[in-house]
Write a protein that binds this ligand. Structure first.
Ligand code: HEM
Length: 261
């Protein structure tokens, strides 16, 4: 293994993860008005509907597939599914959703580059991000025929072990990549780079996207009262004000409270 390998696959992952986590925290803390997906739907909706939906369906599956597939230790699933079968599942599902995401991101990139209004309102980082995602999908799809050459799942196990050692701060990770070819390595490098650029792009909306899952599991709903004097604890049968029937503020609220000295 060369010293470049040691840097790219032993040190660079930690650089990317540190920038991803701390950078996201700092951007949220210092620049919340820029924390958004920056939808361009108002400028042109038609192509966005297809591009964005195909891309998001594909990329969300790939995201969860990579996370679960790479980070689940082999001993946890080996009694249910063999490494070879798991690899075939990964190749087929990754192939289908990879193609969906690829078609989606190609539409998004085409629209961003060719629609004059969207082009004018795009920051360089918006275009660069779509190009990086496009390349990453091409590289990911290019690994499928390579994986088909060794269907026993051995390469997949080595790559998963590399990822598990990196996230658990164990040594000996880089050496596992001795057999990995350039397409796998480029795909891994660009994948880590997406984490590196994450806080400086619109990708920050992914945190909020996953954050909305909290609403599904929340056992209550927050409802804002239209009447300032009405508190959520007020009994249900109490008088509800209509739009023109706005009552005076309750005495307690309108009277200034003087402290007795
Ligand atoms: C977690 C769930 C997610 C939600 C709710 C979400 C939502 C959105 C929304 C509302 C937009 C604005 C465009 C539109 O109106 O469709 C958008 C754009 C975008 N999202 Fe997501 N997203 C999610 C996850 C992701 C992931 C995992 C990625 C990539 C790794 C991603 C990459 C992008 C990109 C690149 C754009 C800009 C597309 C363009 O150039 O117009 N999103 N997303």
């Amino acid at each position: 293994m060369s010293s470049l390998d040691y840097f790219l696959f032993g040190i660079y992952p930690y650089l990317c993860l540190a920038v991803f986590l701390l950078g996201s925290l700092m951007r949220f803390d210092r620049d919340q008005y820029s924390w958004k997906s920056d939808s361009s739907q108002l400028l042109r909706a038609g192509q966005l509907r297809w591009g964005s939906n195909l891309f998001h369906i594909g990329v969300l599956f790939l995201f969860f597939g990579h996370t679960v597939g790479m980070l689940t230790p082999h001993f946890l699933y080996e009694s249910f599914i063999s490494a070879g079968h798991k690899q075939i599942v990964a190749m087929v599902s990754g192939g289908v959703f990879g193609v969906l995401a690829f078609i989606g991101v190609t539409i998004l990139l085409h629209r961003r580059l060719t629609d004059p209004r969207i082009r004018q309102t795009s920051r360089p980082s918006d275009i660069m991000l779509l190009v990086v995602l496009w390349l990453q999908l091409v590289l990911g799809l290019a690994t499928i025929p390579l994986s088909a050459r060794h269907l026993d799942g051995s390469m997949m196990l080595l790559l998963a072990e590399w990822a598990q050692r990196i996230v658990t701060f164990r040594g000996g990770a880089v050496e596992l990549l001795a057999q990995a070819g350039p397409v796998f390595k480029l795909h891994m490098f660009l994948g880590m780079t997406i984490f590196l650029i994450f806080p400086f792009t619109r990708l920050v909306h992914v945190w909020s996207g996953f954050g909305t899952l909290a609403y599904v599991f929340r056992p209550y709903q927050l409802v804002r009262s239209r009447n300032l004097g009405m508190t959520p604890r007020q009994p249900l049968g109490s008088r509800m004000p209509g739009p023109v029937d706005t009552p005076a503020r309750p005495a307690a609220a309108s009277k200034p409270v003087h402290k007795q000295s």
